[in-house]
Design a protein around this ligand. Structure first.
Ligand code: ADP
Ligand code: MG
Length: 750
């Protein structure tokens, strides 16, 4: 799995860009609940007024407010304001915004004023003034009673005794300084005991009242605020959607690109495989590995790129913001995460082992499907459809039941998750509502906290999904790495030998022994013979005697275990595989044609061969008659595996393909068996004429095919039991005589 990471290298830039976009997206999404809380708190509850520092305030109000400011504070406040009245230069403009200017002087907040320091000053002053105002208007009001109750004895005037309409502040201004200071410090001490949150909110209400008194349009102020915040939220959402889409695109491209590279690397590797490696990995498994397994990896890489960056950022950011909104409720999130952890770990422990099984079962299904499709005729001939169906059904059912099991586990997990999430919602609202009632929290903050809690839980769930898919992908990763890490046993030498001059094609076996991987006994032993150029060397023997094994050693489909095989005196192991195979025309025992046309199949031997060469080779291989009989001639379509032509025709094309190559060595592994005697004879005659200088190695079952060979090698149970011409062997090789007699009698009977 880790090994496959290097395939991500070309996409590093995409990954970084993707991470950046996701970071942006997370930040935007995390900002949304904050805006929502602002709309609720400031926009709705505070009438759109954000700060206790008013943009305009009448001189009369300032005169009251300054009683509750120290001289320094007063200077600081007034320095940020400009006093405007009827004589001001821009009076006509100002009076539109502040109609009260007609009657009285108004302080206007300077543009770009520093409001940070004076905000608490205003908050306290406004609260004090508005509190006193309320008391005068309604001395029995709860607020007034709470604020100044029982204070009359401590030098506080009894407001109820004041004649209706007497202005408290007029009275205050007439008092001797000492008494006034006493009253003010008393009120201030009452204020310091109040919750800053309440102070702030009280002040904002007073600011709003001041704005109303100035004749300002308070309603549009509120709407503007809400609209402004709303538009920002929509904008953030749009940007985050775009960021999300681009990040998705980048991640998908990186994942798909990586999968493509892995797939082609795997394919290249498999191309280098020889008999031994194919014996190790089954074909079905190699197909699953290059397709399904790589798709798994691609999927997980895509998820990782999105979720592995997104979820932790979202989770951590959410926790930080939730804490800042309402630290006292953070434990609720902790609790929910703990419960989720529990549920997820239970699910994982049940589902994980099953995930690992899936890939094996897909292999199995592929194997059965492949066998049945390629062996369809045989299945029908033996009427084994029922049992094959059962075999397929079993593989299919096994896979389905594991998939179903996993799906069920996942599905049961969902309600639990929903329960936890909804439980968390209820708990946050419950606890939060109490806090709101105690004025310890604003409604908007509670709502924002709720959203953060959801974001945290969701990011947690996403992360847990990764942990569910990762193990399955890591199984796939291991399976792919297995293929990629397999070094083919047959490799090119470090210092390959070169042929000097044209290759004559002399093949020599010296004491060669070979054992199939995993096989106990040697398949062939002590093979020594020389096949001379221009001569025909035939190999004959009963089925399983090792004929194919011997000839497959020449092009190095397998490597000899002992002894050596020489081509023109050079050990085949010292040659580059390409150089070696360039010298060999090979007709395999099992004919394999590729989908395309007759022409494309023949050109497999030599892609530059012209039409004449193809026709000539086809004539030698006795394929002309059948090619000419087709209306499209050389352009006749060949179906996959050559299924649309007969066995004999396939064999002739396979021979023609090897002849097109005009190689110094030509190997025919049981290539004449599907030909009738007449064609067999004609073919040999044509070959004799056209391929005079090549070394011909012919494996055959029929004595008639090889009778006239220059040298006949008789194999029995992997060993050479006779070597010589037909006549020599008839004289002194029992095994050969046996074969000859059995066949002659058969032919005579026929
Ligand atoms: P022939 O071509 O003479 O009919 P082969 O050379 O194909 O015989 O096979 C010789 C022996 O090697 C047989 O006993 C066969 O079982 C064994 N054999 C052939 N191919 C393999 C293989 N890929 N893995 C293991 N054993 C094999
Ligand atoms: Mg064979």
């Amino acid at each position: 799995m880790i090994k496959l990471l290097r395939y991500m290298k070309p996409y590093i830039l995409s990954v970084i860009l993707c991470a950046g976009l996701i970071y942006l997206q997370v930040n935007l999404q995390l900002a949304l609940p904050d805006y929502m809380s602002k709309i609720v708190n400031t926009g709705i509850q505070q009438g759109g007024i954000e700060t206790a520092v008013p943009e305009a305030v009448s001189k009369a109000t300032i005169d009251k407010l300054v009683y509750f400011m120290t001289p320094d504070e007063k200077d600081a406040v007034l320095s940020q304001y400009t006093l405007a009245d009827k004589d001001s230069g821009n009076y006509s403009e100002l009076v539109k915004a502040y109609p009260a200017l007609e009657k009285e002087a108004v302080y206007i907040l300077n543009e770009g004023a520093e409001t940070g320091n004076i905000e608490p000053v205003f908050a306290a002053a406004f609260t004090a003034v508005s509190g006193i105002q309320r008391m005068i208007n309604d001395p029995s009001a709860a607020g007034a009673a709470g604020m100044l109750s029982g204070s009359a004895g401590a030098g506080m005037p009894d407001f109820s005794t004041l004649p209706q309409g007497t202005d408290f502040f007029t009275m205050l201004s007439m008092m001797p300084e000492q008494q006034r200071d006493g009253i003010i410090s008393l009120i201030e001490s009452k204020l310091t005991g109040l919750d800053p949150l309440m102070l702030e909110q009280g002040a904002l209400i007073a600011v709003k009242a001041e704005y109303t008194a100035l004749g300002m349009d308070v309603d549009s102020l509120q709407m503007d605020y809400i609209k402004h915040a709303g538009v920002q939220m929509v904008l953030f959402t749009l940007i985050s959607i775009v960021a999300n889409m681009i990040a998705g695109l980048l991640a998908a491209r990186a994942a798909a690109g990586m999968a493509q590279t892995v797939r082609s690397d795997t394919f290249r590797k498999v191309e280098q495989f020889n008999g031994e490696e194919f014996d190790r990995f089954s074909t079905a498994s190699l197909i699953t590995r290059t397709t399904n397994d790589i798709t798994q990896i691609q999927m997980v890489v895509f998820m990782m790129l999105r979720i592995v960056i997104f979820a932790p950022l979202m989770g951590i950011g959410g926790v930080m913001r939730a804490f800042s909104k309402a630290p006292s409720m953070a434990w609720l999130i902790g609790l929910a995460v703990l419960v989720l952890l529990g549920v997820i770990s239970i699910v994982m422990s049940v589902a994980l082992p099953k995930f690992k099984m899936i890939q094996k079962l897909v292999d199995k299904l592929n194997l059965v499907t492949r066998e049945q499709l390629s062996g369809l005729m045989v299945v029908r001939a033996f009427n084994r459809q029922k049992s094959e169906e059962e075999r397929f059904d079993k593989a299919n059912r096994d896979l389905t039941s594991v998939n179903l099991f996993i799906a069920r586990v996942m599905v049961t997990m969902m309600p639990f998750m929903m329960l936890v999430m909804n439980g968390l919602t209820v708990a946050v609202i419950w606890v939060g509502a109490h806090k709101v009632a105690e004025s310890a929290m604003q409604v908007g903050d509670m709502m924002a906290f709720l959203q953060y809690a959801m974001q945290i839980v969701m990011s947690f769930l996403m992360l847990s999904m990764i942990f569910i898919f990762l193990p399955r992908a890591s199984v796939s990763g291991v399976r792919i790495a297995e293929v990629l890490d397999t070094e083919p046993t047959i490799r090119d030498p470090e210092k390959p030998a070169e042929f000097e001059g044209p290759v004559s094609g002399r093949v020599e076996f010296r004491n060669v022994c070979f054992r199939y991987p995993g096989g106990e006994a040697c398949a062939v032993r002590n093979i020594s013979f020389t096949a001379e150029p221009g001569k025909t060397t035939a190999i004959i023997g009963s089925t399983g005697s090792g004929k194919s094994t011997v000839v497959n050693l020449i092009p190095r489909f397998y490597d000899a275990e002992e002894g050596e095989i020489l081509l023109d005196g050079i050990n085949v192991k010292d040659l580059r595989q390409k150089d070696l195979r360039d010298q060999i025309g090979y007709v395999p025992q099992k004919v394999m044609l590729f989908s395309g046309t007759i022409k494309s199949n023949l050109q497999y031997g030599d892609e530059n061969a012209d039409e004449n060469a193809l026709v000539e080779s086809a004539a030698t291989a006795q394929a002309s008659e059948f090619i000419d009989s087709k209306p499209e001639g050389l352009e006749t379509k060949i179906a996959q595996g050559g299924q649309n032509i007969s066995g004999g025709q396939k064999q002739r094309l396979s021979i023609a393909r090897a002849l097109v190559k005009k190689a110094p060595v030509c190997i025919f592994d049981d290539s004449f068996s599907a030909l009738d005697f007449r064609t067999d004879a004609a073919l040999r005659r044509a070959m004799k004429e056209n391929m005079g200088d090549s070394t011909l190695i012919i494996v055959a079952q029929r004595v008639s095919t090889i009778m006239r060979a220059d040298q006949i090698i008789v194999l029995d149970e992997g060993e050479i039991v006779g070597k010589g011409t037909h006549d020599e062997l008839m004289k002194d090789c029992d095994e050969y005589r046996e074969i000859v007699y059995s066949q002659l009698s058969l032919e005579e009977l026929a």
